[in-house]
Design a protein around this ligand. Structure first.
Ligand SMILES: [Zn+2]
Length: 176
């Protein structure tokens, strides 16, 4: 049993969003294509309270983004909702990072209940939430495939994307 996890393809991470990833919306088309190939598709959303600790005004590294219930926190409008079986909201604890779709969400249990052995990962951003989600999936014992053409990176430091790929491969994930 294989599942696709679509990580955080939300308006705030796409061009004109509060924390836009360069070419973030370029992942939409390959993700819609991928989603048609898997029997179980889960979409995660970064879903922060208004006072989340990752925001600069609270000493965190990021501008305010993906606040619960705002349009910026919604999935990109061109993501094919009809292919998504479940939406998992993450990053809800004010003082926890919440990069990973497995952090405080019950996603691991949900995948096990469905008999999932292999997890495919795509979305935003490669060097943060895709990386953290894929690494946690490996730690939980799943086979992991990261679809690089269906991701984009923030690249706060040049080369963060390549470092993320190396780290994922070292952890036993396949990057295709
Ligand atoms: Zn966030």
């Amino acid at each position: 049993m294989e599942a696709l996890i679509i990580v955080d393809v939300q308006n705030d991470f796409c061009p004109d969003g509060a924390l836009a990833v360069q070419e973030g919306d370029a992942v939409v088309e390959p993700i819609n294509e991928l989603a048609s190939r898997f029997p179980l598709v889960v979409a995660t959303r970064d879903w922060h309270p208004a006072d989340h600790g990752s925001f600069a005004e609270r000493g965190g590294p990021w501008p305010v983004h993906c606040v619960q219930g705002t349009s910026g926190a919604e999935l990109h409008p061109e993501i094919d909702r009809s292919r998504i079986d479940l939406v998992v909201d993450k990053g809800q604890a004010p003082d926890r990072e919440g990069y990973s779709g497995f952090e405080d969400t019950g996603l691991e249990r949900l995948l096990r209940e469905r008999g999932v052995q292999t997890v495919h990962v795509a979305g935003l951003a490669l060097d943060y939430c895709v990386r953290a989600t894929a690494l946690d999936a490996r730690r939980a014992g799943f086979e992991v495939v990261v679809h690089r053409d269906a991701t984009r990176a923030v690249n706060v430091e040049p080369g963060d994307d390549e470092r993320a790929v190396s780290e994922l491969e070292a952890a036993g994930a396949r990057v295709v």
